[in-house]
Design a protein around this ligand. Sequence first.
Ligand code: PXP
Length: 245
Amino acid sequence: MIALNVNIDHIATIRQARGGNEPDPIFAAVICELAGAKGIVCHLREDRRHINDRDVELLRKVVTTKLDLEMAAVEEIIQFALKIKPDMVTIVPEKRIELTTEGGLDVTKDTKVYKELVKRMHSEGIEVSFFIEPEQPQIEASIQLGADIVEFHTGVYSRLKKPKEIQKELVRIRKAADLAKSLGLKVAAGHGLNYINVSEICKIESISELSIGHSIVARASFVGLERAVREMIEIINYSVLERKS
Ligand code: PXP
């Protein structure tokens, strides 16, 4: 089984377009869970461009599966996370000018900061995932820092067009996933995954979780959120079955 965690940032992005109350990401979280999502992901950015403090506070109360708070390793957000106590945090790099997270965190640098962050989160029972590139030094550093999970950045894979390049990137992700799992980490993947490119990622046995947002919210605008989530889960399950046959 591969668990689908749905990122609901873009529901909040639509709300922010008019600065009102709708659509409410809290309602979205409930629908995603009813459709079979195993977790809800949201990114509280320093500039609060989509998800805001109120959303995370309410999500903590409403989410019954797993709440994964994506965040940068900055003190204000760290303190907020320690207060709210999501089930897990995913540490990502964050730049003000980017449209979305543009690649993995380099956890071979600023190790003191990340080690301290892991210690503080663990003291409140919060699991820590690092969003990293599928590279051996990043995996080994994550282990040293005490991470529970690593999420491999699939943005590069999702943008490739040539079959040979896609295969090469899949091999890179598979190697990294196998290494991370063999070292005792839980392995997730995400960024840029959609109804087409998710299948090949699902064939990597060491991956146990996916974090998908944009493609599901985009499809939801045509078919509704519940159906969009169910369709993604069907593809994931079918792809997992295919790898066994
Ligand atoms: N994982 C991480 C760490 C992310 O930052 C994002 C984007 O918010 C996602 C997964 C989901 O990416 P997408 O919206 O392209 O599915």
